[in-house]
Design a protein around this ligand. Structure first.
Ligand SMILES: [Zn+2]
Length: 311
């Protein structure tokens, strides 16, 4: 029997079939923009799932779905990243189309479950996963079980307000962690300070500075880029310290595009987390980089299927 993982994103939807041990056997994907409605996109998912499981000659046993939220009673509740999908019940829709049980988790929780089962969160009972990418998100596995609160929306670390006088956030508040420490924020500050920086003001093909440019400038020793990266690390450390004090996970796994900057960035984040959290609790929490790479979403969705199948 096979498991199906469905990783729903604002830009693309990826579908993978996996064996009982959760190993990915085959996968396919499409751009959301090539479909005209959620119904059509879900038809496409079902079609891909049938093709993939037929190729494996293996009937589907359980579907795991990772999707951006928020949710209310299992349906999407005005999701910012999926305009037009309000009210869609993803688990029920796919379960009906494929005649197979389905389990839904928000994408960050799915990634946390993926890290816990297959990545660098293995052998822990209390794990937090943080993604630092376009936004800042988190997912929890607590007491050996995924934790998403009553509707699957818990762990919104990106929208903890750290500075009420800070920059405007997409959520409507100001000074959220995400507005100061995401890849988007890093790029925005890079653009604002472009003329001060020898590295960023160099002529280049891209007209807009992105997080990757700031990170590259920091790696080349540019003082302005270094300061931007230090500020981001300090804000992330502040956010993680709140997590350390509140939840005291055994391990925090950090992933997402910005964390491709690797151990030197993690070291800065660790430094500020230590400063802002209670020493005893900080000592009990290990901060490490994700090892799943670009497959985090699909691995997470398959892990959701594995946990869902056992329930
Ligand atoms: Zn916010």
């Amino acid at each position: 029997m096979a498991l199906l993982g469905v990783d729903i994103g604002g830009t693309k939807i990826a579908v993978a079939v996996a064996n009982d041990q959760g190993e990915l056997l085959d996968q396919d994907r499409f751009m959301v923009a090539t479909t005209s409605s959620p119904e059509q996109a879900l038809d496409r998912v079902a079609e891909m799932a049938r093709d993939l499981s037929a190729r494996q000659q293996n009937p589907l046993r359980h579907i795991g779905i990772g999707s951006p939220g928020p949710f209310h009673n299992g349906t999407l509740d005005r999701p910012a990243n999926l305009p037009g999908w309000h009210g869609v019940d993803l688990a029920r829709s796919l379960s009906r189309r494929l005649d197979c049980p389905a389990t839904l988790q928000n994408d960050a929780t799915a990634a946390a479950i993926g890290e816990w089962m297959f990545g660098r969160g293995q052998h822990t009972k209390h794990l937090a996963y943080i993604t630092v990418s376009t936004g800042v998100g988190a997912g929890f596995v607590l007491n050996g079980r995924p934790y998403g609160g009553p509707h699957g929306n818990a762990a919104e670390i990106g929208h903890i307000v750290l500075d009420p006088k800070g920059p405007q956030c997409n959520c409507g508040l100001t000074g959220c962690l995400e507005s100061m420490a995401s890849g988007t924020a890093m790029g925005r500050v890079g653009n604002q300070r472009r003329q001060e920086s020898a590295y960023l003001s160099k002529p280049r093909a891209a007209t807009t500075i992105r997080a990757e440019d700031v990170i590259a400038g920091w790696q080349e020793g540019d003082p302005v880029c270094t300061q931007i990266v230090d500020d981001v690390a300090r804000h992330l450390g502040h956010g993680l310290a709140i997590l350390v004090n509140l939840v005291n996970p055994e391990r925090i796994v950090l992933g997402g595009g910005v964390m491709h900057a690797g151990e030197p960035l993690l070291e800065k984040i660790r430094h500020w987390t230590a400063i802002y959290s209670m020493p005893t609790l900080f000592r009990e929490t290990e901060l490490i980089l994700s090892g799943l790479g670009g497959d985090t979403g699909l691995v997470g969705a398959v892990a959701v299927a594995m946990v869902g199948r056992q329930e």
